[in-house]
Design a protein around this ligand. Sequence first.
Ligand code: ARG
Length: 460
Amino acid sequence: MSLIRGRFEKEADEKVLQYTESISFDWRLSHQDIAGSIAHTKMLAKQGIITAAEGKAIVKGLNEIRQEIEQGKFKYRTELEDIHMNIESRLAEKIGEAGGKLHTGRSRNDQVATDLRLFTKEMITGAVGKIRALQAALLKLAEANKDVVVPGYTHLQPAQPVLFAHHLLAYFEMLQRDTGRFSDCLKRADVLPLGSGALAGVTYNIDREFVARELGFNQVSNNSMDAVADRDFIIEFDAAAAIGMMHLSRLAEEFVIWSSPQFGFIEIDEAYTTGSSIMPQKKNPDVAELARGKTGRVYGNLMALLTTMKALPLAYDRDMQEDKENFFDTIDTYFTTLDVFTGMVKTLKINALAAREALEQGYLLATDIADYLVRKGMAFRKAHQTVGKLVSYAAAENKPFNELKLKEYRSFSELFEKDVFDITIESSVAARNVTGGTAHKQVRQALKAAKKLLGGVIDR
Ligand code: ARG
């Protein structure tokens, strides 16, 4: 007979068991569940709610169950519904009567919320660690290619020359904000719900602060009804992961574009590409493409949980069991994406020559030439127009700027002099010497700051 069907005469229908069970996925909370139960038991014994001997027996039993799980010997049973009942029932098998005292002053509602918060806190640490590793890989790649200049784009049209390191550091910034979002999420995840009971609190003289300290929670929840009904912390994690995936999908897209033969700026290591089943010449950037694709799933997981939680009446509702599968999927997808990206970035090869060729073909110095005219007294709007005409002339002649003669320049404006030839890709980059700009001096500083942020470790 089930531990919780005291009032029933019938067992649950087999299909209902299958429909309502969560053990097929919430087994992932087993360690958190045991940790929560041990802290709870110690508190019950300390408060004299159970005897010291009972407390000892329960803790010993739970530790043994932990071992069984670690060794793969624990048998998860669907008819026991979830991880909480699976562990409790195994405890009863092992230690008998005393096992039935574990659940004193507790409900599965505050129990599952506690497990999930413990789990989320660990996953936040995991996410930040993986983001750091990718940041380190990007930083290392940037440092190794400090002087490489690539075309910068807007609208995916060649715009202005930028240092490759500058471009990579843009992703470093995004990833930095991602860590910020996870740290922020941690503040609200770091609250102990245990002690809230089913919804209204419990009738025993419990010590919630003690349990919070045992489990490493920063504070206890203020309102028992909110505590068992709140899944904001998962939604926040899902949102942070969705934004994180959005960033990775943008980097993925750049890798796809840059590695195409038309660009050829980078070569993705063979270990991170795949072949075609029909076209022998292909080396496809599937990892990057899948990251782009999986981003959709991670967004979907966020929307799914928001929708599950929408309009739920207080306090706990069984709908909330649907919080887990998507959450686990987000974690798995996001974490593996971060891992493969770190590997891909670590092994990425830069083709500076191809970037140089693209730079020379694309009239990327047009803004610099307009700025040149402005410095000689022309209004910027007029200069913009003048250089526009110059570009269209050069394109018609099929010549890059540096193949035009001074005479040709001067047919567009008398302000052009020999020093117009001093405008080069290098001078263009160097000229953007403002905070946050692409000038070598600025990027050197940014690299230094990024390295400092990572604690000087860029080889992870
Ligand atoms: N498996 C449940 C969940 O994940 C545990 C809480 C069950 N509580 C209840 N009142 N049935 O939400």
